[in-house]
Design a protein around this ligand. Structure first.
Ligand SMILES: [Zn+2]
Ligand SMILES: [Zn+2]
Length: 386
Protein backbone atom coordinates (compact mmCIF):
# COMPACT_ATOMS: atom_id res chain seq x y z
CA UNK A 1 0.00 0.00 0.00
CA UNK A 2 1.17 3.47 -0.85
CA UNK A 3 0.92 5.84 2.04
CA UNK A 4 1.29 9.54 2.52
CA UNK A 5 2.55 10.88 5.77
CA UNK A 6 2.11 14.36 6.92
CA UNK A 7 4.09 15.96 9.60
CA UNK A 8 3.18 17.46 12.87
CA UNK A 9 5.72 20.10 13.65
CA UNK A 10 4.95 23.76 13.46
CA UNK A 11 6.79 25.74 10.82
CA UNK A 12 7.86 28.26 13.42
CA UNK A 13 9.21 26.90 16.64
CA UNK A 14 12.73 28.26 16.76
CA UNK A 15 13.37 30.30 19.87
CA UNK A 16 9.97 31.91 19.82
CA UNK A 17 9.29 34.82 22.18
CA UNK A 18 8.35 33.84 25.73
CA UNK A 19 4.83 34.16 27.18
CA UNK A 20 6.03 36.75 29.72
CA UNK A 21 7.25 38.95 26.86
CA UNK A 22 3.90 38.61 25.07
CA UNK A 23 2.12 39.74 28.23
CA UNK A 24 4.47 42.70 28.59
CA UNK A 25 4.00 43.69 24.93
CA UNK A 26 0.29 44.35 25.56
CA UNK A 27 1.39 47.72 26.94
CA UNK A 28 1.96 49.75 23.81
CA UNK A 29 4.74 51.83 25.36
CA UNK A 30 6.64 48.96 26.92
CA UNK A 31 10.08 48.43 25.42
CA UNK A 32 11.22 45.67 27.74
CA UNK A 33 9.62 42.69 29.47
CA UNK A 34 9.02 43.49 33.12
CA UNK A 35 9.48 39.79 34.01
CA UNK A 36 12.64 38.72 32.18
CA UNK A 37 14.00 42.10 31.10
CA UNK A 38 14.35 41.10 27.44
CA UNK A 39 13.77 43.77 24.79
CA UNK A 40 10.36 43.46 23.16
CA UNK A 41 11.26 43.02 19.50
CA UNK A 42 7.97 43.53 17.74
CA UNK A 43 6.88 42.49 14.26
CA UNK A 44 6.64 45.41 11.79
CA UNK A 45 2.92 44.60 11.58
CA UNK A 46 2.55 44.51 15.37
CA UNK A 47 -0.44 46.87 15.27
CA UNK A 48 -2.30 44.16 13.37
CA UNK A 49 -0.68 40.88 14.46
CA UNK A 50 0.55 41.58 17.99
CA UNK A 51 3.51 39.32 17.21
CA UNK A 52 7.01 39.27 18.67
CA UNK A 53 9.92 38.03 16.59
CA UNK A 54 11.89 34.84 17.12
CA UNK A 55 15.69 34.63 16.86
CA UNK A 56 15.51 34.66 13.08
CA UNK A 57 13.33 37.76 13.00
CA UNK A 58 10.27 35.76 11.96
CA UNK A 59 6.81 36.49 13.36
CA UNK A 60 4.95 33.28 14.08
CA UNK A 61 1.62 35.12 13.97
CA UNK A 62 2.17 36.45 10.46
CA UNK A 63 3.99 33.33 9.22
CA UNK A 64 2.12 30.11 9.77
CA UNK A 65 2.39 28.26 6.47
CA UNK A 66 1.88 24.57 5.88
CA UNK A 67 2.62 22.54 2.78
CA UNK A 68 0.57 19.41 2.11
CA UNK A 69 0.14 17.03 -0.75
CA UNK A 70 -2.99 17.98 -2.61
CA UNK A 71 -5.00 14.83 -2.46
CA UNK A 72 -7.58 13.87 -5.06
CA UNK A 73 -5.45 15.44 -7.71
CA UNK A 74 -2.67 13.04 -8.51
CA UNK A 75 -2.86 11.70 -12.00
CA UNK A 76 -1.65 8.50 -13.47
CA UNK A 77 1.89 8.82 -14.68
CA UNK A 78 4.15 6.32 -16.28
CA UNK A 79 7.37 5.94 -14.41
CA UNK A 80 10.14 7.36 -16.53
CA UNK A 81 7.99 10.34 -17.39
CA UNK A 82 8.00 13.29 -15.14
CA UNK A 83 5.48 13.11 -12.38
CA UNK A 84 3.54 16.19 -11.44
CA UNK A 85 3.18 16.47 -7.69
CA UNK A 86 0.25 18.67 -6.72
CA UNK A 87 0.71 20.55 -3.46
CA UNK A 88 -1.25 22.99 -1.41
CA UNK A 89 0.18 25.86 0.57
CA UNK A 90 -2.00 26.78 3.51
CA UNK A 91 -1.85 30.02 5.47
CA UNK A 92 -2.84 29.43 9.08
CA UNK A 93 -2.30 33.03 10.24
CA UNK A 94 -4.65 33.42 13.17
CA UNK A 95 -5.07 37.17 12.75
CA UNK A 96 -6.04 37.29 9.11
CA UNK A 97 -2.68 38.34 7.72
CA UNK A 98 -2.08 37.30 4.10
CA UNK A 99 1.31 36.01 2.95
CA UNK A 100 2.84 36.35 -0.50
CA UNK A 101 4.85 33.68 -2.29
CA UNK A 102 7.77 35.20 -4.12
CA UNK A 103 8.97 31.95 -5.65
CA UNK A 104 9.13 28.17 -5.41
CA UNK A 105 12.21 26.16 -6.33
CA UNK A 106 12.71 22.39 -6.50
CA UNK A 107 15.73 20.19 -6.85
CA UNK A 108 16.15 16.45 -7.32
CA UNK A 109 19.07 14.39 -6.09
CA UNK A 110 21.24 17.41 -5.38
CA UNK A 111 20.82 18.75 -8.93
CA UNK A 112 20.24 22.38 -9.85
CA UNK A 113 17.39 24.39 -8.38
CA UNK A 114 14.56 24.87 -10.84
CA UNK A 115 11.95 27.55 -10.33
CA UNK A 116 8.37 26.36 -10.50
CA UNK A 117 5.75 28.38 -12.31
CA UNK A 118 3.22 30.11 -10.14
CA UNK A 119 0.06 31.79 -11.28
CA UNK A 120 -0.55 33.49 -7.95
CA UNK A 121 1.27 35.20 -5.11
CA UNK A 122 -1.19 36.01 -2.38
CA UNK A 123 -2.53 33.47 0.11
CA UNK A 124 -5.23 34.81 2.37
CA UNK A 125 -5.35 33.66 5.95
CA UNK A 126 -7.35 30.46 6.32
CA UNK A 127 -6.98 29.68 2.64
CA UNK A 128 -4.88 27.35 0.51
CA UNK A 129 -3.39 27.81 -2.94
CA UNK A 130 -2.33 25.02 -5.24
CA UNK A 131 1.00 24.56 -6.91
CA UNK A 132 2.53 21.76 -8.91
CA UNK A 133 6.13 20.61 -8.83
CA UNK A 134 7.74 18.15 -11.21
CA UNK A 135 9.71 15.04 -10.33
CA UNK A 136 11.73 13.87 -13.31
CA UNK A 137 13.84 11.15 -11.79
CA UNK A 138 11.19 8.69 -10.85
CA UNK A 139 12.20 6.22 -13.57
CA UNK A 140 14.24 4.12 -11.23
CA UNK A 141 13.21 2.20 -8.21
CA UNK A 142 14.54 3.40 -4.91
CA UNK A 143 14.35 6.52 -2.83
CA UNK A 144 13.58 9.75 -4.69
CA UNK A 145 13.79 13.05 -2.90
CA UNK A 146 12.45 16.32 -4.23
CA UNK A 147 13.66 19.29 -2.16
CA UNK A 148 11.47 22.38 -2.13
CA UNK A 149 12.29 25.95 -1.16
CA UNK A 150 9.50 28.50 -0.91
CA UNK A 151 10.18 32.22 -0.45
CA UNK A 152 7.31 33.61 1.60
CA UNK A 153 6.80 37.31 2.24
CA UNK A 154 4.77 39.33 4.65
CA UNK A 155 3.95 42.90 3.72
CA UNK A 156 3.17 45.80 5.96
CA UNK A 157 2.61 49.21 4.40
CA UNK A 158 5.84 49.85 2.49
CA UNK A 159 7.81 47.12 4.24
CA UNK A 160 8.40 43.51 3.19
CA UNK A 161 10.07 40.64 5.02
CA UNK A 162 11.05 37.54 3.07
CA UNK A 163 11.84 34.15 4.59
CA UNK A 164 12.90 30.86 3.04
CA UNK A 165 10.93 27.80 4.07
CA UNK A 166 11.86 24.33 2.97
CA UNK A 167 10.34 20.91 2.73
CA UNK A 168 11.03 17.74 0.85
CA UNK A 169 8.94 15.05 -0.71
CA UNK A 170 10.19 11.49 -0.53
CA UNK A 171 8.96 9.00 -3.05
CA UNK A 172 10.00 5.42 -2.41
CA UNK A 173 9.50 2.95 -5.19
CA UNK A 174 10.20 -0.67 -4.42
CA UNK A 175 12.25 -2.90 -6.72
CA UNK A 176 10.40 -3.94 -9.79
CA UNK A 177 10.96 -5.23 -13.26
CA UNK A 178 10.24 -3.17 -16.34
CA UNK A 179 8.23 -0.02 -16.39
CA UNK A 180 5.98 0.90 -13.58
CA UNK A 181 2.95 3.09 -13.39
CA UNK A 182 2.37 5.39 -10.49
CA UNK A 183 -1.36 5.46 -10.24
CA UNK A 184 -1.84 8.49 -8.12
CA UNK A 185 -5.49 8.48 -7.37
CA UNK A 186 -5.53 9.64 -3.81
CA UNK A 187 -8.94 10.17 -2.39
CA UNK A 188 -8.40 10.64 1.30
CA UNK A 189 -8.69 14.03 2.85
CA UNK A 190 -5.49 15.64 4.00
CA UNK A 191 -7.00 19.05 4.33
CA UNK A 192 -6.59 21.47 7.13
CA UNK A 193 -4.17 21.77 9.92
CA UNK A 194 -4.80 18.54 11.75
CA UNK A 195 -1.62 17.43 13.33
CA UNK A 196 -0.24 13.94 13.59
CA UNK A 197 -2.24 12.70 10.66
CA UNK A 198 -0.89 9.83 8.66
CA UNK A 199 -2.82 9.34 5.51
CA UNK A 200 -3.03 5.96 3.95
CA UNK A 201 -4.12 6.34 0.41
CA UNK A 202 -5.15 4.09 -2.41
CA UNK A 203 -2.17 5.17 -4.46
CA UNK A 204 -0.54 2.17 -6.02
CA UNK A 205 2.65 1.58 -7.88
CA UNK A 206 2.54 -1.44 -10.11
CA UNK A 207 4.25 -2.96 -13.08
CA UNK A 208 3.24 -1.83 -16.51
CA UNK A 209 3.16 -5.34 -17.91
CA UNK A 210 1.78 -7.18 -14.95
CA UNK A 211 -0.54 -5.27 -12.73
CA UNK A 212 -0.95 -8.31 -10.53
CA UNK A 213 2.53 -7.91 -9.09
CA UNK A 214 1.93 -4.73 -7.22
CA UNK A 215 4.79 -3.03 -5.55
CA UNK A 216 4.62 -0.96 -2.49
CA UNK A 217 5.68 2.62 -2.27
CA UNK A 218 5.56 5.62 0.01
CA UNK A 219 5.04 9.29 -0.64
CA UNK A 220 5.99 11.36 2.33
CA UNK A 221 6.11 15.10 2.73
CA UNK A 222 8.30 16.67 5.36
CA UNK A 223 7.07 19.59 7.44
CA UNK A 224 7.60 23.03 5.99
CA UNK A 225 10.22 24.62 8.22
CA UNK A 226 12.16 27.86 8.33
CA UNK A 227 15.40 27.35 6.43
CA UNK A 228 17.88 30.09 7.30
CA UNK A 229 20.55 28.47 5.13
CA UNK A 230 18.50 29.21 2.01
CA UNK A 231 17.93 32.83 3.07
CA UNK A 232 21.58 33.36 2.26
CA UNK A 233 21.85 30.96 -0.70
CA UNK A 234 18.98 32.64 -2.53
CA UNK A 235 19.86 36.14 -1.27
CA UNK A 236 16.51 36.75 0.42
CA UNK A 237 18.09 38.04 3.62
CA UNK A 238 21.41 39.35 4.86
CA UNK A 239 23.99 41.35 2.98
CA UNK A 240 26.40 40.68 0.17
CA UNK A 241 29.16 41.06 2.75
CA UNK A 242 27.95 37.83 4.27
CA UNK A 243 26.73 39.17 7.57
CA UNK A 244 23.31 39.69 9.03
CA UNK A 245 21.89 42.62 10.95
CA UNK A 246 19.36 40.85 13.11
CA UNK A 247 16.37 42.52 14.68
CA UNK A 248 17.87 42.12 18.14
CA UNK A 249 21.05 44.08 17.27
CA UNK A 250 21.75 46.75 19.88
CA UNK A 251 21.80 50.38 18.79
CA UNK A 252 24.11 52.61 20.76
CA UNK A 253 24.77 56.32 20.39
CA UNK A 254 27.83 58.51 20.25
CA UNK A 255 28.04 62.30 20.00
CA UNK A 256 24.43 62.85 21.08
CA UNK A 257 23.28 64.28 24.39
CA UNK A 258 21.58 61.68 26.56
CA UNK A 259 18.03 62.92 26.05
CA UNK A 260 18.40 62.97 22.25
CA UNK A 261 18.40 59.18 21.88
CA UNK A 262 16.71 56.14 23.42
CA UNK A 263 18.75 53.95 25.78
CA UNK A 264 21.16 51.57 24.06
CA UNK A 265 19.10 48.52 23.12
CA UNK A 266 17.51 46.64 20.27
CA UNK A 267 14.82 48.61 18.42
CA UNK A 268 11.80 48.31 20.72
CA UNK A 269 9.37 50.75 19.14
CA UNK A 270 5.88 49.42 18.41
CA UNK A 271 6.51 49.36 14.64
CA UNK A 272 10.24 48.62 14.61
CA UNK A 273 11.15 52.07 13.24
CA UNK A 274 13.66 54.51 14.75
CA UNK A 275 12.43 57.99 13.86
CA UNK A 276 15.20 60.55 13.36
CA UNK A 277 14.36 64.24 13.11
CA UNK A 278 13.95 67.59 14.79
CA UNK A 279 11.07 66.39 17.04
CA UNK A 280 11.68 66.03 20.71
CA UNK A 281 12.41 62.46 21.73
CA UNK A 282 10.16 60.30 23.85
CA UNK A 283 12.57 60.94 26.72
CA UNK A 284 11.81 64.62 26.24
CA UNK A 285 8.08 64.03 26.06
CA UNK A 286 7.95 64.14 22.24
CA UNK A 287 7.24 61.67 19.45
CA UNK A 288 10.68 61.13 17.99
CA UNK A 289 13.27 58.49 18.82
CA UNK A 290 16.50 60.30 17.90
CA UNK A 291 16.75 64.07 17.83
CA UNK A 292 19.15 65.49 15.28
CA UNK A 293 19.98 69.18 15.50
CA UNK A 294 22.82 71.17 13.97
CA UNK A 295 25.31 72.65 16.42
CA UNK A 296 27.48 75.71 16.00
CA UNK A 297 31.21 75.58 16.62
CA UNK A 298 30.67 76.79 20.18
CA UNK A 299 28.37 73.86 20.85
CA UNK A 300 25.13 75.83 20.89
CA UNK A 301 22.26 74.79 18.62
CA UNK A 302 22.28 76.45 15.22
CA UNK A 303 18.61 77.33 15.27
CA UNK A 304 18.37 78.46 11.68
CA UNK A 305 20.03 75.43 10.12
CA UNK A 306 18.25 73.05 12.50
CA UNK A 307 14.95 74.38 11.14
CA UNK A 308 15.89 72.75 7.83
CA UNK A 309 15.64 69.36 9.51
CA UNK A 310 12.12 67.93 9.26
CA UNK A 311 10.33 66.87 12.41
CA UNK A 312 10.52 63.35 10.95
CA UNK A 313 13.55 63.36 8.69
CA UNK A 314 14.33 59.68 8.12
CA UNK A 315 13.77 56.24 9.65
CA UNK A 316 16.28 53.53 10.46
CA UNK A 317 14.94 49.99 10.63
CA UNK A 318 16.04 46.42 10.10
CA UNK A 319 14.46 44.44 7.31
CA UNK A 320 15.56 41.12 5.83
CA UNK A 321 18.63 41.22 8.12
CA UNK A 322 19.78 44.51 6.58
CA UNK A 323 20.02 47.94 8.17
CA UNK A 324 17.79 50.22 6.10
CA UNK A 325 17.20 53.94 5.89
CA UNK A 326 13.99 55.44 4.52
CA UNK A 327 13.89 59.15 3.75
CA UNK A 328 10.90 61.15 4.98
CA UNK A 329 12.25 64.69 4.46
CA UNK A 330 10.99 66.24 1.21
CA UNK A 331 14.51 67.51 0.53
CA UNK A 332 16.20 64.11 0.50
CA UNK A 333 19.19 62.78 2.42
CA UNK A 334 22.68 61.90 1.19
CA UNK A 335 24.01 58.44 2.05
CA UNK A 336 27.60 57.65 1.08
CA UNK A 337 27.52 60.51 -1.40
CA UNK A 338 24.33 59.38 -3.09
CA UNK A 339 21.10 61.37 -2.89
CA UNK A 340 18.17 59.39 -1.56
CA UNK A 341 14.83 61.02 -2.31
CA UNK A 342 11.82 61.20 -0.07
CA UNK A 343 10.10 57.80 0.14
CA UNK A 344 13.17 55.90 -1.08
CA UNK A 345 14.96 53.25 0.97
CA UNK A 346 18.66 52.38 0.94
CA UNK A 347 20.83 49.87 2.78
CA UNK A 348 23.47 51.07 5.23
CA UNK A 349 26.88 49.47 5.49
CA UNK A 350 29.53 49.33 8.14
CA UNK A 351 30.91 52.87 8.00
CA UNK A 352 28.09 54.42 5.98
CA UNK A 353 27.91 58.20 6.22
CA UNK A 354 24.53 59.93 6.36
CA UNK A 355 24.20 63.64 5.61
CA UNK A 356 20.70 64.70 6.65
CA UNK A 357 21.21 68.14 5.07
CA UNK A 358 22.72 67.46 1.61
CA UNK A 359 23.45 71.15 1.04
CA UNK A 360 25.43 71.39 4.32
CA UNK A 361 27.23 68.04 4.57
CA UNK A 362 29.99 69.38 6.79
CA UNK A 363 27.53 70.65 9.41
CA UNK A 364 25.82 67.36 10.28
CA UNK A 365 27.10 63.86 9.65
CA UNK A 366 26.03 60.51 11.09
CA UNK A 367 28.11 57.34 10.75
CA UNK A 368 26.90 53.77 11.28
CA UNK A 369 29.55 51.34 12.57
CA UNK A 370 28.94 47.64 13.08
CA UNK A 371 30.30 45.28 15.69
CA UNK A 372 30.19 41.83 14.12
CA UNK A 373 30.38 38.47 15.90
CA UNK A 374 30.15 35.17 14.02
CA UNK A 375 28.57 36.83 11.01
CA UNK A 376 25.95 38.67 13.05
CA UNK A 377 25.97 42.40 13.65
CA UNK A 378 25.48 42.52 17.42
CA UNK A 379 25.81 46.27 17.74
CA UNK A 380 25.21 49.30 15.52
CA UNK A 381 26.94 52.44 16.79
CA UNK A 382 25.42 55.62 15.38
CA UNK A 383 27.91 58.48 15.75
CA UNK A 384 27.08 62.11 15.24
CA UNK A 385 29.82 64.47 14.15
CA UNK A 386 29.71 67.93 12.72
ZN1 LIG B 1 9.84 38.13 29.12
ZN1 LIG C 1 3.55 39.73 12.67
Amino acid sequence: MFSITKSTESANSKNAAKPCCYRASCHADAGFCSDCGDPLVRCAAFDECGGLLDDDGCCSVCFSPELVLATQQFRQARVGDSVQIPLKLLNHSAVGRPVFVRGVWTRESGGPWIEAELAWQRVEAGQARELVVSAESIAKSGNHVVDIVIAIESRWQWRTETFAFSSSIRIDIADKKGDVIVNQNISTSAAGNQTGVTISSPVKIYNDDNSASQTDGVVEIQPLVRATVYDQVFGFRGTSNDFRVKRNAVFSWSGFSKTQTPAASAIVTHDGLLRFGRSRTKRQGGEGDVRILVNRNDGEVDVELSQAISREHFYLFIQNNRLQLRVVSPHGVTVDGKTIESGQVCSLKNGSKIHPLPSHPSRLELTTSFEIEHGNVVKVVVSKTQ
